[in-house]
Design a protein around this ligand. Structure first.
Ligand SMILES: [Zn+2]
Length: 99
């Protein structure tokens, strides 16, 4: 009889633990979700660093119209005013024209 009581005791403790875990599961899911989102953002940056963006193709096509000088690593010269822009600048820092 004592052994049976101990068995029920263990079961009730397990149920209690399971209940506590069930309360915290939404928090875990939220945490995992945030981590997945941050990983995706990091992956986007990595893809951009590797030059996987379609911007590269835009550069290739636009370079036919405006022959650009050889810029330092990852940098772009403005086709309008010739100012040096960062690789990920969407528009020229000097004249504001799209680069
Ligand atoms: Zn410019």
């Amino acid at each position: 009889m004592e052994g049976l009581m101990t068995g029920y005791g263990i079961v009730s403790i397990l149920l209690l633990v399971a209940g506590i875990l069930a309360v915290f599961i939404p928090f875990f899911i939220l945490k995992i979700r945030n981590q997945v989102i941050s990983i995706n953002e990091k992956m986007d940056k990595i893809i951009k660093l590797l030059g996987g963006e379609s911007e590269e193709w835009v550069e290739v096509f636009s370079s036919e119209a405006i022959p650009s000088k050889a810029a330092p690593d990852g940098m772009k010269y403005c086709g309008h005013c010739g100012a040096l822009n960062g690789r990920w600048d969407k528009s020229c820092v000097k004249c504001g024209e799209p680069v």
